[in-house]
Design a protein around this ligand. Sequence first.
Ligand SMILES: [Zn+2]
Length: 66
Amino acid sequence: MGKKKRTFADKVAKGTGPRGEVCPKCQAVIRNIKVVRAQRSEQNDSWRFVEAVEKVCKCNEKEFLG
Ligand SMILES: [Zn+2]
């Protein structure tokens, strides 16, 4: 067969990204996810949406992923 063998290293690289930072508390790999927050402007009393990148691991994933 001409199929390329999938190695364990390939899987790890895909799953964790280039950094593979690990949380010291829960030992889970920290993921950077983009979240959109609603933020109220005091000046003109309107809402704006602000994008932020949050680091998510098992300690706080429930807050972001439900
Ligand atoms: Zn953690």
